[in-house]
Design a protein around this ligand. Sequence first.
Ligand code: SF4
Ligand code: MG
Length: 282
Amino acid sequence: MEKARELNPSELMHEYLRHKKRFPHLWCSGCGIGTIMGAIIRAIADCELDRDSVVMVSGIGCSSRMPIYVDFNTLHTTHGRPIAFATGIKLARPELEVIVVTGDGDVAAIGGNHLIHACRRNINLTVVCINNNIYGMTGGQASPTTPQGKVATTARYGDFERAFDLCDLTAGAGAVFVARGAVYYARQLEKLVAQAIRKKGFAFVDVISQCPTYYGRFNKFKSPVEMLYWQRDNTVNVKAAPKMKPEELEGKLITGVLADRDYPEFTELYDELIADLAAGRK
Ligand code: SF4
Ligand code: MG
């Protein structure tokens, strides 16, 4: 990591990408995932983590391809299960920094139970959810975060189910750190991910992203740039929100750190229990 501090952002990306072996990547032009990958790499460098101490774990989906392209310890697992695999790694090797990269379909539908119980358990993981409001890789089906009325392959007349607010969900389930960022605010996102990595306990970062190929096309966005402007125009920073009127906040997504509190961490409690049992204290 000594070297990382001397690199400019572009050199940093090249340092931590498997660009010689794994590129070209499969993401569509204008997709938000690459920007988020850049923010995660810069956050890891900012935290001065040695590359061998980082484990990136993902499930299945477009965003879950990220571990293929980055030069850390990486694990590309099964659909909805990255938190379960990450929990196993963290229990076996608590000294490693385990970062889960997942999508809204992966983490909130099939993986929803893993998500809420990891929050409740407070195991020291960082989960970055690339939330583009749709299943990208499997063809644009509605996901648990598709907003009401928006069109998907499985909701041709508009989805009438209510969407999950993943920040409310994870905060309610006990996550000690919850934040929301957006691709449009890439530098803020980098800071939020770094804060999440530094936090001891379960940290969740919801990232508003764009899938121009499915969500954008189905919902009449003319370009990825228009989707980025939507992010700019429909978000309010948590520091600005208290000064705004309820009607100004109507329909807006609040960005920034939304929960930051402390609670005993699972692997530490587990180690304490083992020590107590070994010493005959229990
Ligand atoms: Fe990105 Fe959507 Fe293309 Fe997947 S399908 S790479 S989410 S734009
Ligand atoms: Mg998605």
